[in-house]
Design a protein around this ligand. Sequence first.
Ligand SMILES: O=C(O)c1ccccc1N[C@@H]1O[C@H](COP(=O)(O)O)[C@@H](O)[C@H]1O
Length: 242
Amino acid sequence: MSTLELLPAVDVRDGQAVRLVHGESGSETSYGSPLEAALAWQRAGAEWLHLVDLDAAFGTGDNRDLVRQVTEAMDIKVELSGGIRDDASLAAALATGCTRVNLGTAALETPEWVAKVIAEFGDKIAVGLDVRGTTLRGRGWTRDGGDLYETLARLDSEGCARYVVTDIAKDGTLQGPNLELLKNVCAATDKPVVASGGVSSLDDLRALSGLVPLGVEGAIVGKALYAKAFTLEEAIAAVAAV
Ligand SMILES: O=C(O)c1ccccc1N[C@@H]1O[C@H](COP(=O)(O)O)[C@@H](O)[C@H]1O
C-alpha cells in the first residue's frame, strides 16, 4: 500500500502564517513568519508544502510576493492556492515554480476557464472542493457554489487530475477528519483525493492512511502541527508504519 502523503500547511494572511477556525475571517491565530514556518516543515522532513494566500482567497488583498519568495526558497514540492482565478493569477502562480496549483472559487464561478486550464496544464491543476455538508463554498468560503457531486462529475468529465477536499465544518477545529465525506468522494471519482480539515492526532493520520486504497493520496495538516499535538517527524513515522 502507498504511504499517505503529508502536506503541512502554511496559510498566509497579512504577511503572517495563520490558522483559522472553520475558515472564518477574524478567527486567526498567528504563527509568525510564513518563510520560517515553511522552512521548519522542510527541515522536519516534509516532501510537500500546502501554501495558501488567504488574502487572495478572501479578496482582501494578496501576499503574492511573499508566497513567491516562500515557494522559491523551498526544495520540496509546493501546492499553491488562494486567488488563482484567471490567466494572470495562474501564470503568476505557476511562475513561482510550484508543483501544482489548487483552484477553488474559479471552479465554481468560471467553469469554462477551469476546463480550459485543466486541458492545458494537466496535473499541475488540482481543484479544491471546499464543502459544508455537500454544498461547495467559494470566495473565502463565504458563498455557496453548487453541489459537490455534480461539480465533481463535471470536473471528472473535463479531466481534472486531483481534488483537495476540505470539510469546512472540521477545518481548524482539531475534531478529526470527515472520513465519511472522503469515502463518498473517493467512491464518486477515480482521481486522487487530498484530505483537508480536522486532523488532530496521529490516529487521525492512521485512519486517513486506511483510506489510501480507496483513493486518498494525501492529507493537509495545519492546526495540529502548529498547536504541537504531534511533530511532523512523528506524523511521517506514523504514516510510514501503517
Ligand atoms: O485554507 C483555508 O483555511 C481557507 C480558508 C478560507 C478560504 C480559503 C481557504 N483556503 C484555500 O483557498 C483556496 C481557494 O482559493 P480561491 O477560492 O481559489 O481563491 C482553496 O485551496 C482553499 O482550500
